[in-house]
Design a protein around this ligand. Structure first.
Ligand code: ZN
Length: 190
């Protein structure tokens, strides 16, 4: 097993079954055998209560990821790529990997863009690249703070934000008891 491949951290498991997410959100392909894919989760944070709530979670194969990303306008896509290239601080991931530390809590502790810690965020997103039943500890896992997500959203055209929100509403229809607070943030696929 290559050094950077590890068991998928349980925080990225299917929150209902407590086991690894098995299928692509879009095409339903079985993921746990030789498929490259990403897992993303968005959480709302209640630091005073010391708890979090899941807003949404999914796994998506790279083919579908490419297709969905094509819904971004070319300008938006480029602006987002440039933003991530210029602002992602991989130092933390390099140092942890260099120390053979693959504790996901350490990798996800601080926003990869702003350095803001999880407990300072009202919402945050987690991202993990996987290959079959293993996680690829390299660029991911990482955490993106609410502050950084706002910056990314500002780079996107209205048409792109609309396309992403439509994608969210198709795949994550709001449960009736979901607070409108959780929906006021635009959905951004990263
Ligand atoms: Zn797919």
């Amino acid at each position: 097993m290559p050094q950077n491949l590890h068991k998928i951290p349980s925080i990225f498991y299917n929150s209902e079954t407590g086991t690894p997410i098995e299928r692509c959100l879009v095409c339903d392909i079985y993921l746990l055998k030789e498929v490259d894919y990403i897992i993303e989760k968005a959480l709302v944070n209640y630091p005073s209560a010391g708890s979090t709530d899941l807003i949404w979670e999914f796994a998506m194969c790279m083919n579908c990821m490419d297709t969905v990303m094509n819904d971004y306008s070319k300008a938006s896509h480029q602006a987002m790529n440039e933003f991530f290239m210029d602002n992602m601080n991989m130092t933390r991931q390099y140092v942890l990997a260099g120390q053979d530390d693959f504790n996901p809590e350490e990798w996800l502790k601080e926003c990869i863009i702003t350095g803001k810690t999880q407990d300072q965020c009202s919402q945050y997103q987690l991202c993990l690249q996987c290959s079959g039943e293993l996680a690829v500890f390299e660029r991911t896992p990482f955490m993106i703070s609410d502050e950084a997500m706002d910056k990314v959203t500002q780079l996107l055209s209205n048409a792109t934000v609309d396309a992403m929100n439509k994608f969210r509403d198709t795949h994550f229809p709001p449960p009736e008891d979901l607070s409108p607070l959780l929906r006021d943030r635009d959905f951004v696929l990263i």
